[in-house]
Ligand binder design. Structure first.
Ligand SMILES: [Fe+2]
Ligand SMILES: [Fe+2]
Length: 187
């Protein structure tokens, strides 16, 4: 078998995110329809339009590589979206529904952020500057969406907890640290 290169990995990862985006563009209208919150609905609709543009950008990157735009099943996004659907089903009509929607949408953005961040860095390494710019434009949109979801002005009380994420992480970190210390004491 011929040795794999960074270029091969770049192309494979591009196919992964291309598949993911085409699943996401189908999921976003469902999420927009599901919420009663006008702000959340607007955020999902806006991001659906952005996602259409992101798919076009990916097609441009494939073109720059001289390769056909093709997706490759991304199990991660399949799983993340399936969990979201499960939450929508289980929390339908409850006060926690929008909080569940937001907490299902954010892992999608986080997955995209990690993929686009990596692809942009690899494009730079491979000297594909135009591709790097296209990937960066999408990366900025994904980060802005993640922040917008965290900062929605009229969140239900349960969703407001998401704003406390950094604080919660800090607390979890401290607890883990204390746990390690007490574990050492036991020994
Ligand atoms: Fe996207
Ligand atoms: Fe996104």
């Amino acid at each position: 078998m011929a040795e794999k290169t960074l270029q091969d990995l770049f192309l494979d990862t591009l196919k992964d995110i291309y598949y993911a985006e085409r699943q996401i563009v189908k999921a976003l209208p469902k999420m927009a329809r599901a919420t009663q919150s006008a702000d959340l609905k607007a955020a999902f609709q806006k991001h659906k339009e952005e996602t259409e543009g992101q798919i076009e950008r990916l097609q441009q990157v494939f073109e720059l590589l001289g390769k056909p735009a093709r997706g490759k099943t991304c199990d991660a996004i399949v799983g993340i979206l399936a969990e979201g659907e499960e939450i929508m089903e289980e929390y339908k009509g409850s006060e926690a529904f929008d909080a569940g929607l937001i907490s299902s949408a954010q892992p999608v953005e986080h997955y995209e952020i990690t993929r686009y961040g990596t692809l942009k860095a690899w494009a730079g390494r491979l000297g594909l500057n135009e591709a790097a710019q296209l990937l960066d434009a999408t990366l900025q949109e994904e980060s802005a969406t993640d922040e917008a979801l965290t900062d929605l002005p009229k969140l239900p009380p349960t969703a407001k907890a998401l704003r406390e994420r950094p604080k919660l992480l800090e607390i979890a970190d401290r607890r883990r640290h204390q746990f390690c210390l007490s574990a050492m004491d036991v020994r």
